[in-house]
Structure formats: structure tokens, C-alpha cells
Design a protein around this ligand. Sequence first.
Ligand SMILES: C[S@@+](CC[C@H](N)C(=O)[O-])C[C@H]1O[C@@H](n2cnc3c(N)ncnc32)[C@H](O)[C@@H]1O
Length: 275
Amino acid sequence: MSSPSAAMDSVRRIEIIGIGLGSPDHLTGQAVAAMREVDVFLVADKGEVKSELVELRRAVCERYLEPGSYRFVTVADPERGPDAERDRAAYREGVDAWHAARAKAYADVIAALPPETVVGFLVWGDPAFYDSTIRIVDAVATYLPVQRRVYAGLSAVQVLAAEHGIVLNGIGQAIHVTTGRRLASEWRPDLGTVVVMLDGSLHCRELMEREPELVIHWGANLGLPSQQLRSGRLADVIDEITDVRAQVRAEHGWVMDAYALSLPESRDGTHQNRV
Ligand SMILES: C[S@@+](CC[C@H](N)C(=O)[O-])C[C@H]1O[C@@H](n2cnc3c(N)ncnc32)[C@H](O)[C@@H]1O
């Protein structure tokens, strides 16, 4: 039997696995192979509203893994203050404090597991897009020696484009990915297509007067049975999108949506028909 200090010093293997957006069909073969190596999946418990997202992760495991070959351990998510009331500096401070508290909670749980346990994080979408897991695992590594590997998943950015059947960039043009919070201050015609995530307030409304020709491709709960898609000239479809978004949220208790904003082909110098 190893001593407690030897257990603390052992290198912990952590697999950070992108699972796509809840549909078991979104997983890559590489992600499934990595999941089969995992003994314990750590899941942040974000309260009742998000429990459906935890259930979707369980469903993905049930589809691909032998019953009894793994288990889920839920880690209570530390309290996070309301972002909307914060300026940028306070927002960053709040996020840093929240990540630090989360990292400590995970480190405590991992330290209590036998050292040979392979730990997995099932990351929504792709770990490279607006997800803190890699940063948090690196913070866990300040408490325990960790060996980590990352597996790509389908991101909302990709599924949004695929479900609408569009190429995001104009020919040879850029794609800019940003958050709702940053959209109004960042948007310029030469950014190319702008993909917006993390926007609970459809900040694209703020651009309508400045740029009446903007076209939106919007998707909510992409990849799930509750998926909704709308597209068209922003000014023409924004009210409908607002209503549909509210309906999805009312029905499921949560909604996740993303959208792409672009100018018609005559305005961005390409010959691509996006609408
Ligand atoms: C914390 S970020 C996670 C992004 C994720 N890592 C990815 O690769 O898509 C959450 C944001 O991703 C987008 N998102 C995630 N899942 C989505 C879905 N099923 N449908 C539409 N947007 C989604 C939304 O913009 C949401 O606010």
C-alpha cells in the first residue's frame, strides 16, 4: 500500500476530452478511445438547471462504455457572482477567483483517489473554445503532479456552420470568434464573418442601426433534439430569434445559442452566397 505522501507525489493522468454538443454521434473515435481509459469522470455540479447537461454526458458514456468500468464523481461548483454587473477588470478577477476555487476543489477530489486512477473531464464542444478545463487542470497541477492530454471535439462553431450548410469565411477572408459581451465594441466590416458565443442577450441588436445589411445564421441547442435554426437579414429575423430563444429556454430551463454575422457578398468582396 502506498503512503499518503507517495500518493500525493504520484503523477496523475488526466484526459481532457471534447465530446461535442451532447449528441453521442458527435464523438470522434479518438475521444471514445480516451474515454475507455478513464476510471473516474469529474463533473462540475452547476445546480439543477444544468443537470440536463450532466445527464447528456452520462448518456454519452452509456453509449460507448461498459457499465461498471467507470464512475462519475460530482464536484460542487464554487459560487460565481453575476457577470453582467461587472466591468471588464472585475469580470476577469471574478473568473480568476472562480477558476482557483474550482481547481482546489478538483485537486482535493483527485488527491483522495488511488494514484493510478485515470481521471477524465468530458468537455462540452471543444476544449479550445471558451472552456476553462485546460486552464483549471493546469491550476490543479500546482497542487499535484499531473500528466494531461487533450482530445478535440465538435465545437458549436462547427456545428452551427454544418447545420446551416454554410462556409463561415468568405473566400480568403477571416473568421472572427468572439463573445456577446465584446461584440458591439469589436465589430468592423473588415473582420470578416463574426461568430458570437456566450451571448445571453443577443447583443447583435446593437449593430442593426450601424449595419442594416448584416446577415445572421443563428442556432440554439445545436446537435440536440431541441435544436432551432434561423437565418436571414438580421433586422428581419431578430424578433423571431428572440422569441424562439425564450421559448427554448422556457421549455428546457436553459438555452445555448451561437450565431454568425456576415455581410452580403457584394459588401465583403467575395462571391459566396451565404444566405
Ligand atoms: C462555455 S462556452 C463552451 C463552448 C464549447 N467549448 C464549444 O466548443 O462549443 C458556451 C457557449 O458555447 C455555445 N454553445 C455550446 N453548446 C451549444 C449548442 N448546443 N448550441 C448552440 N450554442 C452552443 C454557446 O454560445 C454557449 O454560450
